[in-house]
Design a protein around this ligand. Structure first.
Ligand code: SF4
Length: 367
């Protein structure tokens, strides 16, 4: 693969959290200082063994909880990444509110972090407790102040809805509370209960589909009224503050995936790094590689692109794959266009507004 074709985006997964939320099935383990020290050593090996271009445009450190590391470990992590941050336009770190302090905020700023994604979830203290979250709404406010004082003002809040026992009135309060912190970006995800989580094991159920759809409809109506443009199925931004890194995924571009539990996509292959910390410490390059056929890539381009409100560019699709969208998806696309599920406007093909929340069934029709 020529250097020019190498990814311009990098995702790094920090596989530790200070505690485990009851709904979470991400790859993580409870933070232990010595594990994190050994992980940093393995990470150093992985970074030096991989040929990563130095003129990256976006970097995203997620998890887990990157700020579960101590200040000294965070400093070490960011120092390892310094060689790759010189050209970054966007450098995001995920933060759990209760794990940030002034020292860590200053370290993030000193290493060029210019965006933070904060786990807000809900302002309802009772629900936070039920979810196993260790912070309060006040902690989120403190976290926002610490970041702003350190000079990091491009802030995104992650909210969850369709939580057990959540009401429409509760969701409205959450949105008001989130907006009172004046974030530049909001991500809102409905709760999905996986069997292997505490919620799944305890038999919690999400809200009924109708309430969930009403909540989504409310979110999509109210946030644009408050100046947040919906640009993706679950993401809203003050214009100009859309997540450049996440746009790499939605535009189906390549990206490096670094550390245990991360996935990446390079040179027509997707790879999943080992999710086991033990295996990662032994061999930080251990991964499962899945070659992607042209058909896989065409479908995944559409699957990711239709998440965007703007949809996908049909000329870009044709340039990329040497076949038009309508030929690639034969009669199926035409049928969805006839039914008004897909809408073509100029060069763009997008999901119709009233079918947006049903995207998965639209995609299965296309398949
Ligand atoms: S902090 Fe995030 S990654 Fe960690 S357990 Fe909670 S939801 Fe999962």
């Amino acid at each position: 693969m020529s250097r020019e074709n190498k990814p311009r985006a990098l995702y790094l997964h920090v596989p530790f959290c200070r505690s485990i939320c009851f709904y979470c099935d991400f790859t993580h383990r409870v933070y232990r200082g010595e594990d994190a020290d050994r992980w940093l050593k393995a990470l150093e090996k992985e970074l030096s063994a991989k040929e990563i271009r130095r003129d990256l445009t976006t970097m995203y450190i997620g998890g887990g909880t990157p700020t579960s590391l101590t200040a000294a470990q965070l400093e070490r992590l960011l120092t390892l990444l310094d060689p790759y941050t010189g050209s970054l336009q966007e450098f995001t770190v995920e933060i759990n509110p209760e794990t940030l302090d002034e020292e860590k905020a200053a370290i993030l700023k000193a290493h060029g972090v210019n965006r933070a994604s904060i786990g807000f979830q809900t302002a309802d203290e009772k629900l936070l407790k039920m979810m196993g979250r260790r912070h309060s709404f006040k902690d989120v406010g403190n976290c926002v102040s610490l970041l702003k004082d350190a000079g990091i003002g491009n802030l995104s809040l992650d909210l969850m809805y369709s939580l057990p026992e959540q009401t429409m009135a509760g969701l409205k309060k959450d949105i008001e509370a989130a907006l009172s912190l004046a974030p530049k970006h909001l991500s809102l995800y409905s709760l999905i209960i996986e069997d292997n989580t505490v919620f799944g094991k305890k038999g919690y159920t999400p809200l009924d589909e109708e309430t969930e759809a009403d909540m989504y409809e409310y979110i999509c109506r109210v946030l644009p009224e408050k100046g947040y443009r919906q640009y993706e199925i679950s993401n809203f931004a003050v214009p100009g503050y859309e997540s450049r890194h996440n746009l790499v995924y939605w535009h189906y571009e390549d990206f490096y995936g670094i550390s245990a539990g991360a996935s990446g996509k390079e040179d027509h292959c997707r790879y999943d790094n080992t999710a086991s910390l033990k295996e990662y410490l032994q061999d930080p390059l251990k991964k499962e590689i899945t070659p992607l056929s042209k058909e896989d890539e065409m479908f995944e381009t559409v699957m990711m692109g239709l998440r965007l409100k703007a949809g996908i560019s049909m000329s870009a699709f044709q340039d990329r794959y040497g076949i038009s969208f309508s030929e690639a998806f034969s009669g199926k696309a035409a049928a969805l266009l006839r039914k008004g599920v897909l809408v073509a406007e100029g060069d763009m093909l997008r999901c119709a507004g009233d079918h947006y929340h049903l995207l998965n069934s639209v995609l299965s029709d296309l398949l």
